[in-house]
Design a protein around this ligand. Structure first.
Ligand code: MG
Ligand code: MG
Length: 255
C-alpha cells in the first residue's frame, strides 16, 4: 500500500533527514587515504548517538540476505556498487567511495547516499559520479504531482544511457516513511507516462546506481550483501529522500 503523508508529517520527517545529511557530511570530511570503512561507520554511529537517532541499517535482514547487516552505513568501494560492509578495509589513493546511510528519529526515517573520490581522482570516476548526480537531479525534477512514477525511472535511465553506463533495475528507489523500505518501488529505468500516478504527500527515495563498464550485470559476494559490477568496473550510487508536494519536490535529506 502506498501511504501519502500530510504536510505536517512531511515536516516531521525533516529532522531524520537532517541527521542523515549531517552524518554523510561528517563521513565525507573524515574519509581520507588510510582511513578504514569501520572508522567511517563509527563516525556515523557518533552522529546517531548525538541526535538520539537509531539506524534502520543495523541488523536489517531483507529476504535476499542470509545474515543481518552489521553496520549503520553501507560503504562501497570501487567495483562495489551497493551494500558494502564497513570493515577493516583502508581507503587508498584514487578510490571511489559510495556511502549509503539512513536514520530514524521521532518515528520517521531518512535515506540518502553520496559518492566521491579519495585522494587523487580518476577523471572517469568524476564523470561517472557527475552523471549519477545528474540522474538523481533529473529524477527529483520529475517527482511532481500528476506526473507518473515512470517519469522518474525514465529520467534516470536516460541519464545512464547518455553516459554509456550500465544500470540495473534491481535495488532501486522506494517509498520512505516510518520504515526505510515502503511501497512503491522506484526502478532506475522505465517508461515515461507509465506507472503509479504521483500525488502530493508521496515520499520516496530516489537512488540511481550506475556501472562504468556499460554492462547491466552484477554479482553478490558470499557475505550475501556486497554487490559488485559484473565486469569489475567501478560504480557510483547517489540517493535522496524526496517529498512530492504542491510546491514541487522537496529534498528531505539535506541541511
Ligand atoms: Mg540508501
Ligand atoms: Mg534507499
Amino acid at each position: 500500500m502506498v501511504e501519502l503523508k500530510t504536510p505536517a508529517e512531511i515536516e516531521a520527517m525533516r529532522p531524520a533527514g537532517r541527521v542523515v545529511a549531517t552524518a554523510l557530511q561528517a563521513m565525507r570530511k573524515h574519509a581520507a587515504v588510510g582511513v578504514s570503512l569501520a572508522e567511517l561507520d563509527q563516525v556515523a554511529r557518533d552522529v546517531l548517538a548525538e541526535y538520539g537517532a537509531t539506524s534502520p541499517f543495523l541488523g536489517y535482514q531483507p529476504s535476499f540476505a542470509h545474515s543481518p547487516f552489521p553496520g549503520v552505513i553501507c560503504a562501497s568501494v570501487n567495483d562495489i556498487a551497493l551494500h558494502g560492509i564497513p570493515g577493516p578495509y583502508r581507503l587508498a589513493d584514487g578510490d571511489l567511495l559510495s556511502l549509503d546511510f539512513g536514520a530514524t528519529l521521532g518515528g520517521w526515517t531518512g535515506d540518502s547516499a553520496i559518492s566521491f573520490t579519495v585522494g587523487t581522482p580518476r577523471h572517469a570516476d568524476l564523470k561517472l559520479i557527475e552523471t549519477a548526480e545528474r540522474a538523481l537531479a533529473a529524477g527529483i525534477a520529475a517527482a511532481i504531482p500528476d506526473g507518473r512514477l515512470g517519469d522518474i525511472s525514465a529520467a534516470i535511465g536516460a541519464a545512464a544511457r547518455a553516459g554509456g553506463y550500465g544500470l540495473h533495475t534491481d535495488f532501486g528507489g522506494h517509498g520512505v516513511g516510518h520504515t526505510m523500505h515502503e511501497s512503491p518501488s522506484v526502478p532506475n529505468d522505465g517508461r515515461a507516462g507509465r506507472g503509479l500516478k504521483l500525488a502530493e504527500g508521496l515520499v520516496i527515495a530516489i537512488e540511481p546506481w550506475f556501472m562504468a563498464g556499460g554492462r547491466d550485470s552484477y554479482r553478490i559476494d558470499d557475505d550475501g550483501w556486497t554487490l559488485r559490477s559484473g565486469d569489475g568496473s567501478r560504480a557510483a550510487h547517489v540517493e535522496h529522500t524526496v517529498a512530492i508536494t504542491a510546491d514541487g519536490p522537496q529534498i528531505l535529506t539535506t541541511l
